[in-house]
Design a protein around this ligand. Structure first.
Ligand code: PLP
Length: 345
């Protein structure tokens, strides 16, 4: 096994090879490409402010970067819980409010929620970062839509929203610098399979952390052209979805007893990661790291979560094992068995 293949999870490094995927086959002609998910979300917030909306319902289980945008934009945040199927658990909503719906882990949403609020003229914002919808769904204009393009490894950085924004990017040199560094790191990894140098790797990590900070602090950076983003999308998106599905099924054969009953193939549109639940979450994550398996935590929530809520359960007990397009079924079986051993220990 090559050394680089021993590391599982973490940020995506790969970049386009010879042929770029046709971006038009996934995204509608309307809409904008941005630096990341939060800057796409910002463009929506700007629009809803023009509609005089000043508060938004968001799920407790949410990435802090989106809350930061709301706070900086002086939007009042109200939280709601999700049910055990990851659907919105909400029966009442104030007037003149927006609502953020997250399509968690690629799971299909139940339709009853939409029916409940059908006549309320509720402004809905949908986060598709874990879900690759059809172009037809993205074309629909009954809700605001956005996604972070790096979460599923469609490209190393980027975002999309159905809001049309004319303003082009201000810090394009920084974006180019980031991409160049990704290319440099990929070349280094390709060349230095056996002589990897920890110092060099740490220096890359630090540089990427600096970019992360810069991008977070500058969520108003403007948009990137479709042509530029098209150059960054690596593989056929439908192929990516298929590999993820096969890998998820392989992991499910080994880990099913530690997962949830709703996690059946038919309930997913896109397979984001393989989720298991355990009281020993933090210890197991450490153990996995010792085996070079990196599982992110969804999410480290700053505010207090209601007792006995499903959001609290997920935030404390969920492990998200990578099953993405970088790995073969054989490798997925290998990491799933390591996780199974940890869970049984
Ligand atoms: C579900 C979800 N949507 C959006 C974002 C923000 O995306 P980005 O990191 O590209 O700004 C995150 C944060 O990581 C997220 O987890």
């Amino acid at each position: 096994m090559k050394i680089r293949d021993k590391l599982f999870g973490g940020e995506y490094d790969f970049l386009p090879k010879k042929k770029n995927h046709k971006i038009e086959s996934l995204f509608p002609s309307r809409g904008s490409f941005t630096f990341n998910g939060r800057s796409a979300f910002y463009l929506i917030i700007k629009r809803i402010k023009e509609k005089k909306i000043r508060s938004i319902f968001v799920p407790y289980l949410i990435c802090e970067s989106l809350i930061e945008v709301l706070k900086k934009e002086k939007i009042k945040v109200k939280y709601y819980d999700i049910d055990t199927k990851f659907n919105e658990k909400l029966s009442k909503i104030d007037k003149n409010c927006a609502l953020l719906k997250i399509h968690y882990f690629g799971l299909r949403k139940s339709k009853s929620f939409n029916k409940l609020f059908k006549n309320k003229k509720l402004v809905i914002i949908e986060d598709f970062s874990h879900y690759i919808p059809s172009k037809k769904i993205l074309e629909g204009n009954r809700s605001f839509k956005f996604m972070s393009l790096r979460k599923l490894g469609l490209c190393p950085i980027g975002g999309w929203t159905n809001v049309n924004e004319k303003k082009k990017i201000r810090k394009f040199n920084k974006f180019k610098e980031f991409i160049d560094l990704k290319i440099k790191k990929k070349r280094y990894l390709d060349k230095e399979l056996s002589n990897r140098n920890l110092k060099i790797e740490i220096s890359y990590l630090r540089k990427f952390q600096q970019f992360e900070k810069l991008f977070s602090n500058n969520y108003k950076m403007g948009t990137i052209s479709k042509e530029k983003m098209g150059q960054l999308i690596t593989k056929n998106i439908y192929k990516i979805k298929n590999i993820r599905k096969k890998n998820w099924v392989a992991a499910n054969k080994i880990l099913k007893t530690f997962s949830l009953r709703i996690f059946e193939v038919k309930n997913f549109n896109t397979f984001f990661s393989y989720l298991v639940f355990t009281k020993k979450r933090n210890n197991i994550i450490k153990l996995l790291r010792r085996n070079d398996i990196y599982c992110p935590i969804f999410w480290k929530i700053k505010n207090k979560l209601p007792n006995n809520s499903f959001s609290k359960f997920c935030s404390e007990k969920m492990i998200s094992l990578p099953i993405d397009q970088r790995y073969s079924i054989k490798k997925i079986r290998y990491i799933s068995n390591i996780l199974k051993n940890c869970l049984q220990y």
